[in-house]
Design a protein around this ligand. Structure first.
Ligand SMILES: C[S@@+](CC[C@H](N)C(=O)[O-])C[C@H]1O[C@@H](n2cnc3c(N)ncnc32)[C@H](O)[C@@H]1O
Ligand code: SF4
Length: 417
């Protein structure tokens, strides 16, 4: 696996230089000039820990959560104070963990963000199904939240059991969603679980859209090496059949594919913190992607709080991109939206996409992975499957290694790929 990813990286970046993440510290984050900037805030607390989950999370305690939010406000100020004028950003997303465990302070966090940033496209919060109650939804709505995403995983009890989660109370959830409305109500599902069939997924999709969702995300199950889950991933051929069947079904129902993993029933519903050209991440494990650098905060909540008490940013690792590395990073994440615009690429880098990756795009067209329409590249279902496949591969080669190390060490010296 390592040989293939290394060769692909060398070919696409035209260099032997690896992606090198180092323990380096910059006080200044150069985001003022970035267009298309998104914000992400990580709240790492959960009431119980799911053994398949790779994210940065710890068991909830009120005392720890309160110290954490105090530190988070300090981080927002340290970063926000770096520009003179309010910076316009697209969106703000809260992820976790279970951000609703800090619901009583969400308004305070949003107000602090709004002292420095002007949010133009809305505010999203990730929820656990247990959070979907009328009072909690109302608290979020009153704080200015416009989008929610609920981690359902499956409406089938059998699969919840496989994942070690309890069944979702669909009626109570549907009722709460009817009473408190949001622009986007997204529901997350995991597919390619052992024994899962198209009918199981069809049931998930139908139940979601019948009970308040206008957007769904269907993630392939990934068996991270550092989690203790015993669930094994589905073989490639079966997975492809399932994904093709789900894509065709959503198309027949009139749902629009907004990205590799997401479908929506309404034109204005969207939920994605990932497809921005640049983003600033706050909170432990928060990642920041700017023009020339990628940074990731420490995964340790104690160290995170300690850094901010000392008025330091909680950066753990920094990657300084070469131009080709940044281009590959840009293309990889933009392709997640199933479309690549030559114009946006040229606006961002100042060079035509065809000049930099003409050969690769020609091969991708010949292989049936993309179609070209007026300088835009639209991924075909075949292309989407291979992207899906490569993304899982990338996750297991890079993210698995990085997060595995960062879970153990608050400030590793260096990680290279
Ligand atoms: C932070 S969690 C969601 C919010 C909330 N904490 C919950 O559990 O409902 C984000 C989503 O990542 C997905 N996810 C978690 N672990 C995964 C894995 N091993 N493979 C694929 N998707 C996973 C799940 O769909 C989950 O809803
Ligand atoms: S899946 Fe959600 S609830 Fe479970 S450990 Fe991960 S973040 Fe926490």
């Amino acid at each position: 696996m390592g040989v293939i990813t290394n060769l692909t990286r060398m070919w696409l970046t035209r260099s032997m230089k690896p992606f090198l993440f180092q323990k380096e510290y910059d006080r200044q984050l150069f985001y003022e000039e970035c267009r298309e900037l998104g914000l992400y805030i990580h709240i790492p607390f959960c009431r119980s820990i799911c053994n398949f989950c790779p994210y940065c999370k710890v068991l909830y305690s009120q005392e720890m959560c309160s110290r954490y939010v105090d530190a988070l406000l300090k981080e927002i100020r340290l970063v926000g104070e770096q520009t003179e004028n309010k910076k316009t950003v697209t969106s703000l997303y809260f992820g976790g963990g279970t951000p609703a465990l800090a619901a009583d302070r969400i308004k305070e966090i949003i107000c602090t963000v709004e002292e420095y940033f002007l949010i133009t496209e809305g505010i999203g919060v990730e929820l656990h199904p247990d959070n979907v109650t009328i009072p909690l939804l109302q608290t979020l709505k009153d704080a200015g939240v416009t989008r929610i995403s609920i981690g359902i995983q499956s409406f089938g009890d059998k699969y919840q059991k496989i994942l070690g989660r309890k069944p979702v109370d669909v009626a109570a959830m549907g009722e709460a969603l009817q009473k408190v409305n949001f622009e986007t109500v997204s529901m997350d599902f995991i597919f390619a679980l052992p024994g899962q069939t198209f009918n199981d997924l069809k049931f998930d999709i139908d139940t979601a859209f019948q009970n308040g969702a206008n957007h769904i995300a269907i993630y392939p199950f990934i068996d991270f090496t550092f989690t203790t889950s015993r669930v094994s991933a589905m073989p490639k051929r079966e997975k492809r059949c399932l994904l093709d069947a789900v894509t065709a079904y959503c198309g027949e129902q009139g749902y629009v594919r907004n990205s590799i993993w997401t479908f929506s029933s309404g034109e204005n519903s969207g939920y994605s913190s990932m497809t921005r050209e640049n983003f600033l991440g706050f909170g432990c494990s928060g990642a920041t992607l700017l023009r020339d650098q990628f940074k990731i905060n420490t995964f340790s909540t104690e160290e995170y709080i300690r850094c901010l008490e000392q008025k330091r940013l909680p950066t753990s690792l920094t990657l300084r991109f070469s131009l080709r590395q940044r281009m590959i990073y840009y293309l990889f994440w933009t392709a997640y939206s199933t479309r690549i615009s030559s114009r946006d690429f040229e606006d961002f880098f100042g060079v035509p996409l065809k000049k930099m990756y003409g050969l690769e795009l020609k091969v991708a067209k010949m292989m049936g992975f993309v179609r070209e329409e007026n300088g835009n590249y639209q991924m075909t279902p075949k292309g989407a499957f291979y992207y899906h496949y490569y993304e899982s591969y990338y996750t297991l080669s890079y993210i698995d290694k990085m997060w595995g190390i960062m879970k153990e060490e608050a400030f590793p010296e260096c990680i290279s790929f």
